[in-house]
Design a protein around this ligand. Structure first.
Ligand SMILES: Cc1cc2nc3c(=O)[nH]c(=O)nc-3n(C[C@H](O)[C@H](O)[C@H](O)COP(=O)(O)OP(=O)(O)OC[C@H]3O[C@@H](n4cnc5c(N)ncnc54)[C@H](O)[C@@H]3O)c2cc1C
Length: 419
């Protein structure tokens, strides 16, 4: 099939799917109210949902009459969402467990598609002033041979590229930007359960830094509490798979064979990644199959890295890799994947890793979260009053359909680009 045929086919497919989505969403938005009575929280409820009567009288409630949206968690998804909804004039209250700068080995390479979403959300300046590095593609290594695959960015502005950085610095920039809006209130607290009344989520129960137990109420609660989410249990069917773990190291004084590229070593038994996270540091992530990794404290992990992994890394990186192992700051993180399987629930929505996870080798988690935020922002735009519960409920339900269509569309375009 010729290139032009691929474009034509893609265009037809995208148009048909777009039309289908349009009609389905119109149907959801106008279908009779009786339908809503059938929606209720799935049974059995999890321990992380409390009915309002159970908490009445036990806790003090703030004055929440002026809050439109509660966001649980201010990581990549929560912080970006808070800024987006706040900028749209929503009164947002964000409750985050720990407001200090995160120090993690996750979410360090934002794909160009994610950078485009940052631009759409007006958040692209959050990758400035954090020594973020531009990423133009991937270098692939196997059995001593290597090649480079550039992102197809020719049609875009020169600023458009991947970005790699310290995840915590990126999150702090987004938190600061969100908190600078008068309509956004960002506070430290750990949400312990969702509050439910007659099948609708009305708010959350949370503990402050000092251990005080408080409630917060809003017509919409968006749960963005990340990959270890407890709160999602009542809002989706979490089927989490952990196929492997990533072992993380930071290499110093190291020049990668292909500057400004991610490096994927197709090693035995599984891949090794390298990419810059600042002008002086390179992140290495070693995939270790299974859920149990060699023990770090006993030195078993250092032996594994030196004897099994190091001989497979490109010679230019070898010394820095071994030096990083010797330095000892070895960190591990399970690689999780979880398909989106929501129970549409009045008054609540899931976002980010709490909702949906893919293997981190794809480097797509942040892009998906940012893309979902764009979908939600555009969907909610016409609905000025979130206190109109039945209408909000119909909008939330259509979010799950819309985001699927957005992904099929994105995948069709990706296929066309790869041809
Ligand atoms: C090893 C690894 C490497 C990865 N690398 C990449 C990559 O290169 N590129 C990419 O795009 N994606 C990557 N990902 C995926 C990416 O990290 C996630 O998709 C992204 O961080 C999801 O953002 P989030 O906001 O949902 O979760 P997080 O960023 O984890 O944020 C969750 C927030 O919720 C807070 N929280 C948790 N519980 C509560 C509570 N009860 N009350 C209040 N607050 C709470 C947490 O403190 C945290 O701030 C990687 C994942 C892993 C595991």
């Amino acid at each position: 099939m010729k290139m032009a045929d691929h474009y034509l086919l893609g265009w037809i497919l995208a148009s048909v799917m777009g039309l289908f989505a349009f009609y389905y969403i119109v149907y959801l938005l106008v279908k009779p109210e009786e339908d809503n009575n059938r929606r209720s929280l799935p049974q059995p409820r999890s321990d992380f949902v409390k009915t309002m009567t159970a908490t009445n009288g036990e806790c003090r409630s703030d004055d929440d009459s002026d809050v439109d949206v509660i966001i649980v968690g201010a990581g990549v998804a929560g912080a970006a969402l808070a800024h987006t909804l706040g900028k749209d004039g929503r009164r947002v209250r964000v409750i985050e467990r720990d407001l200090t700068e995160p120090d993690r080995i996750v979410g360090e390479l934002l794909q160009p598609g994610g950078y485009l979403k940052l631009i759409e959300l007006g958040l692209e300046d959050c990758v400035e002033e954090i020594d973020a590095q531009r990423v133009f593609g991937y270098a692939l290594f196997k059995d001593g041979k290597h090649t480079q695959l550039a992102y197809p960015l020719e049609k875009f502005h020169s600023e458009v590229a991947g970005r790699s950085f310290h995840n915590g610095r990126f999150i702090q920039r987004m938190r600061e930007k969100a908190a600078s809006l008068p309509s956004v209130k960002l506070e430290q607290g750990t949400v312990t359960s969702l509050l439910e009344e007659k099948g609708t989520i009305k708010g959350v129960l949370y503990k402050t830094k000092t251990g005080e137990e408080l409630t917060a109420f809003a017509p919409l609660t968006i749960v963005c509490d990340g990959c270890f989410s407890n709160l999602r249990r009542s809002l989706c069917n979490p089927k989490v798979d952990v196929p492997s773990c990533f072992v993380g190291l930071v290499l110093e004084n190291c020049r990668l064979p292909y500057a400004n590229n991610g490096h994927v070593i197709l090693a035995d038994p599984s891949p090794i990644l390298f990419y810059p996270i600042s002008s002086t540091e390179v992140r290495s992530l070693v995939d270790v199959p299974g859920q149990k990794v060699p023990s770090v404290s006993s030195g078993e992990m250092a032996n594994y890295l030196k004897n099994v992994v190091a001989p497979q890394v490109p010679p230019e990186i070898y010394d820095s890799f071994v030096a990083a192992v010797d330095k000892g700051n070895i960190r591990t993180m399970p690689n999780r994947s979880m398909p989106a399987s929501p129970y549409p629930t009045p008054g609540a929505l899931l976002m980010g890793d709490a909702f949906n996870m893919r293997h981190p080798l794809t480097g797509g988690g942040m892009t998906v979260a940012l893309s979902d935020i764009v979908v939600l922002r555009d969907l909610l735009k016409p609905l000025r009053d979130l206190h109109d519960a039945p209408t909000l409920c119909r909008y939330l339900e259509s979010f799950y359909t819309l985001r699927k269509v957005s992904y099929i569309h994105m995948h069709v375009l990706m296929l066309l680009q790869l041809e």
